[in-house]
Design a binder for this molecule. Structure first.
Ligand code: AFP
Length: 337
């Protein structure tokens, strides 16, 4: 018989034993996220049958249409922490204000943030989707606890709903990947301490929005497309409409995902939300050896002024992000490689 598969719960509990001072709360919280992932995966699998596709007829705080599954995934995640006193409050793309949980005898030590259904335009076409999560320490118990740099995160990750359901997370000790074996209802370890390639051959960006980009962003993407076999160009475009799907590909194959400032669509800071998209994905990518940058600043160093603030982002392999930063700094002599 081969080695026993390592379940997510076992992996987390064994990791906890290496930190003798650990209370076990973060471990429980991560395990609860695994359960939430299975419940959301189940809802997605039967959405066509139960007719839970389509619009909920409502908008989120940013004026974006909410799909029924956006709302459902958000409810599942909120409910996931409704007992056990693990989380004092949770913030989400789908909620204007943080959700505050009933206080237990002791205040919970953590706050959770999530984008329940990343890439919701893919819901109705059975495309790749994700749930992104970020765990931070609770401080005063107010929204101000969240308006801080991404370096404060104690754990972050995502659940990818594709041909397989993957649970990918880091608690600051590398990035670990688990695949759901639905026949036994368990996430099983498939990659421990994932290290991403230092450079890649693909880029992910919505080029339909090019007219609203800066000259620098246009020039950078043009550069990636120029044939120059000696520097590995042209790059190939791979854009799915779900940042989780695109970043996951880049974690495995290398490359760069960009969502730049877009003045033509009224998005001067781009579309990606700092707290529940940029910070958690930057945390994961850095833990795998990659980088995330606004072009001028490390994404994890950015402290937003409001809960739903957006940020321009370039995230991916270290070499491509360095190249992007050289473009942003206007250093033409060192642009090509
Ligand atoms: P939603 O979760 O609101 O669908 O947004 C997804 C997303 O933030 C990111 O996952 C995609 O890469 C990006 O937006 C797609 O936006 P465009 O449609 O403007 O390319």
């Amino acid at each position: 018989m081969g080695a026993a598969p390592v379940t997510l719960d076992r992996f987390i509990l064994e990791g906890q034993q290496q930190h003798p001072g650990a209370t076990g709360e973060l471990s429980l919280l991560l395990m609860r996220l695994g359960v939430a992932g299975k419940r959301i995966a189940r809802e997605l699998a039967v959405a066509d049958i139960r007719r839970t596709h389509g619009s909920a007829g409502t908008e989120n705080v940013q004026g974006e249409e909410q799909k029924k599954l956006d709302v459902l995934a958000n409810e599942i995640l909120i409910e996931t922490f409704d007992y056990g006193g693990l989380v004092s409050f949770a913030a989400s793309e789908e909620l204007e204000e943080p959700h505050v949980y009933r206080a237990g005898p002791e205040p919970a030590r953590y706050a959770a943030l999530f984008d329940p259904m990343d890439g919701s335009s893919n819901i109705d076409v059975n495309g790749t989707l994700g749930t992104i999560f970020s765990i931070r320490p609770r401080r005063e118990g107010s929204e101000a606890d969240l308006l801080r740099a991404g370096t404060e995160q104690v754990a972050a990750g995502y659940i990818l709903f594709g041909p397989a359901v993957l649970f990918v997370y880091s608690s600051g000790d590398g990035v670990h990947v688990f695949a759901l074996d639905a026949s036994i209802g368990e996430f099983l370890l498939v990659r421990r301490r994932l290290e991403m390639p230092r450079r890649g051959k693909g880029y992910a960006v919505n080029e339909g929005r090019r007219s609203g980009w800066s000259e620098t962003d246009r020039a950078f993407v043009e550069h990636l497309k120029e044939p120059d076999p000696s520097s590995g160009r042209p790059y190939s475009t791979r854009y799915s409409g779900s940042m989780v799907g695109d970043v996951h590909r880049i974690l495995l194959e290398g490359g760069i995902y960009l969502y730049p400032a877009d003045t033509a669509s009224g998005k001067p800071s781009g579309k990606i939300r700092v707290l529940y998209e940029a910070h958690p994905l930057a945390f994961v990518v850095e833990q795998a050896g990659g980088r995330a940058s606004t072009g001028r600043e490390r994404v994890l160093d950015v402290a937003p002024r409001s809960l739903h603030e957006r940020i321009p982002i370039a995230i991916g392999s270290a070499d491509e992000i360095a190249l992007y930063e050289r473009f942003t700094a206007g250093q033409p002599s060192s642009k090509s490689r």
